[in-house]
Design a protein around this ligand. Structure first.
Ligand code: F3S
Length: 412
């Protein structure tokens, strides 16, 4: 692999062991994947932030790296942590876990990374332009950056995204190259796809078909997806595809920026037709009972428009069971400034910042069954958090919060 004299000097330790270690990781990945050189990145997004996933070994690895002088040199954001860094006590999280999580946050801060703690960095200012190279790790954010923004990133691991942030470069392979951004599969959607949960169910079905290839979707409502509300639908679609498959880039006819590029569909692309979303819904429903003790919105982290929509669906009615909306702290603060947060809280809702129900130690909070319209959360919560799931439309989930019972779409 060809390195510039400056890159070679970093590899030889000219800026200390911490930077050298980062360069070793970036170069090793480049060699494994056949990269010819490195490319400068404009931002990084680091996953592996929750102490639940990192454990003591992960925290020690980060602390050692920081002590060796590793500091990021491009704007870098963090994925969700294991709890709400300010309201953890009120939500019932354990003090010992909170102290350990704070050590992780402090270690990242020492490396120059503020505690943004969100999987939607593009909603809080980390918004790369089309064609910009970045190194992001969170799978749903990777999908959004590549597909909706037209930026370029591989699906990085936590350490490799951090290494890229420290040297300001990543190896030029995979989705950094035009040739790997072409669609290998055409998905013809021939059924109505309207609600947030419809887009999630579709994403689950497409991800299973596509695995790690690039799909080109046709038949979706391009006019609606091109409006602001479309961004929330696209983020849930991408998150679901990334969960059931390993889809890091998709194109939608008439919607995503690269969909109209000549030759964007590979000549030998396979064709698949989806006529029914029911199998996607079926795959995400893990409970038959009617009793629920939690409702969750905000996977990926909610936008202000999504929070506003939940308040609209509540229509002045109070929640009987906890209704959590997870979102970035800076958006929560914005909701507080506009009064939206207070309107939601007055109806019994909680905006939980910095974390999500998949990376938080939910087992300790006693929840057994929840309702959610978020496909990725529904996909992971049973295994990662031990919570059974009802998955359905936002309206059905809000009705469940208000009545404390699961009636599904039939109850609306
Ligand atoms: Fe984000 Fe957690 Fe969902 S990291 S995409 S809210 S599983």
């Amino acid at each position: 692999m060809k390195l510039t004299p400056y890159e070679q000097s970093l590899l030889e330790g000219a800026e200390g062991r911490g930077v050298q270690k980062a360069m070793e990781i970036v170069v090793a990945l480049g060699r494994i994947y056949g990269a010819h050189d490195l490319v400068e990145i404009s931002s990084a997004q680091v996953a592996g932030v929750s102490y639940k996933n990192l454990g003591e070994a992960g925290l020690e690895f980060l602390s050692d790296w920081s002590a060796q002088g590793a500091r990021v040199r491009v704007p870098t954001t963090l994925n969700p942590a294991g709890l709400d860094l300010q309201s953890w006590r009120a939500l019932g999280f354990d003090a010992d876990f909170a102290a350990k999580q704070q050590r992780v946050i402090d270690t990242f801060a020492a490396m120059g990374i503020p505690p943004s703690c969100t999987c939607t960095p593009y909603l809080v200012g980390n918004l790369p332009a089309r064609g910009e190279h970045v190194a992001w790790a969170e799978s749903s954010a990777v999908s959004f950056a590549n597909s909706v923004l037209g930026a370029r990133t591989n699906r990085e691991g936590g350490p490799s995204a951090l290494a890229a942030a420290i040297v300001g470069r990543t190896a030029r392979y995979g989705l950094h190259l035009d040739v790997h951004r072409r669609a290998q599969l055409i998905i013809d959607v021939r059924c109505p796809v309207r609600t947030l949960s419809d887009f999630g169910a579709l994403g689950i079905l497409v991800g299973k078909q596509v695995r790690n290839r690039v799909p080109y979707l046709r038949g979706l409502d391009a006019a609606r997806l091109s409006q602001p509300v479309g961004l929330d639908l696209l983020k849930t679609l991408g998150a679901a595809m990334a969960a059931s498959g390993a889809v890091a880039l998709y194109h939608i006819e008439g919607v995503t920026p690269e969909s109209s590029d000549p030759d964007i569909i590979a000549p030998n692309a396979e064709q698949v037709t989806i006529t029914d979303l029911a199998p996607g819904y079926y795959a995400l429903n893990h409970s038959e009972g009617v009793s629920i003790d939690l409702v969750w919105f905000g996977c990926p982290h909610a936008s202000l428009a999504e929070l506003e929509e939940v308040v609209r669906l509540l229509d002045g009615r109070k929640c009987k069971v906890p209704l959590w909306v997870t979102m970035a702290r800076s958006l929560r603060d914005e909701a507080a400034r506009s009064g939206l947060l207070q309107r939601f809280e007055a109806l019994g809702g909680h905006v939980v910042a910095d974390t999500c129900l998949v990376v938080a130690p939910m087992e300790g909070l006693g929840f057994r069954c929840m309702a959610t319209p978020c496909a990725k959360g529904a996909y992971y919560a049973p295994a990662h958090s031990g919570i059974a799931v009802h998955f359905d439309s936002p309206q059905a989930c809000v009705e469940a919060a208000v009545t404390g019972r699961w009636l599904g779409s039939g109850g609306i």
